[in-house]
Design a protein around this ligand. Structure first.
Ligand SMILES: Nc1ncnc2c1ncn2[C@@H]1O[C@H](COP(=O)(O)OP(=O)(O)O)[C@@H](O)[C@H]1O
Ligand SMILES: [Mg+2]
Length: 237
């Protein structure tokens, strides 16, 4: 479904991603791990069309989408939840969700219907429907941005550190939610600092270090690798 070939992404003279290859299959859950600054967010942003790659190719269902604008990537079926968790604080939960649908020009009736069917998976959002987004807790805001991305009916969901800054119980809840989303048939590329949980949840995983892929394998293989710690500490980048 998603194939990334020899992707290089630069910020001016600095290469943040230095020629990586990765793939996500239909309905697959793939984790992208690595220490702070490894290039994980940059990789997701390039796939989502938010940053233009310097070189390499990004293929989605065999079509070359390299350098495609973010709106077009959404239309093609790729939605991203950035780590900034950008809830529109003054808009209600409902307005936040509807915007997620309008952004890619879906009709209001279709958006309302989508919102209704999503609410079975996000019951807390239904309770908060008419509250401003800014009044939600951190965990609820994370659910809101995930639900907002789902309003675009993506086939591939890119999640950047959804558990960041959340209490352990809330983190468990977010992981359960991700698992449920995955059971709806979509593919997920999950960036996480919480390696243990991400590896348990994932079919496969890649570990980035200093802009390169230092290790890959099934979740269990990567979790069991004696190199994992040293890669995180940047000793084998
Ligand atoms: N907007 C930016 N401008 C310049 N450098 C950046 C920018 N964003 C990230 N970087 C640099 O690119 C590298 C990779 O960052 P990032 O993709 O955010 O890593 P990760 O998500 O793995 O923590 C880091 O060295 C970071 O400092
Ligand atoms: Mg990041």
């Amino acid at each position: 479904m998603l194939v990334v070939e020899n992707l290089v992404v630069r910020y001016g003279p600095v290469a943040a991603v230095k020629g990586i290859d990765l793939a996500v299959g239909e309905n697959e859950m793939v984790s992208l791990l690595g220490a702070n600054g490894a290039g994980k967010s940059t990789t997701l942003l390039a796939i989502a069309g938010a940053i233009r790659p310097h070189s390499g190719r990004i293929l989605f269902d065999g079509a070359d989408i390299t350098g495609m604008k973010a709106e077009k990537a959404v239309a093609a079926g790729i939605a991203m939840v950035p780590e900034t968790r950008d809830v529109f604080a003054d808009l209600t939960v409902r307005e936040n969700l509807l915007l997620g649908g309008f952004i890619h020009r879906r009709r209001r009736a279709a958006c309302e219907q989508e919102m209704e069917s999503l609410m079975t998976m996000f019951p807390v959002l239904r309770e908060r429907m008419h509250q401003p987004g800014g009044t939600l807790s951190g965990g609820e805001q994370q659910q809101l941005v995930i639900a907002r991305a789902m309003m675009a009916r993506p086939r591939l969901l890119l999640l950047d550190e959804p558990s960041l800054g959340l209490a352990p119980l809330i983190v468990n809840h977010i992981f359960e939610l991700i698992e449920r989303l995955r059971r709806t048939g979509i593919a997920i590329l999950l960036v996480e600092q919480n390696a243990t949980k991400a590896l348990q949840a994932a079919d496969r995983a890649y570990v980035m270090s200093l802009g390169t892929i230092a290790m890959s394998g099934t979740g269990a293989e990567v979790a069991g690798s004696s190199d994992l710690e040293s890669i995180y500490l940047g000793r084998s980048g």
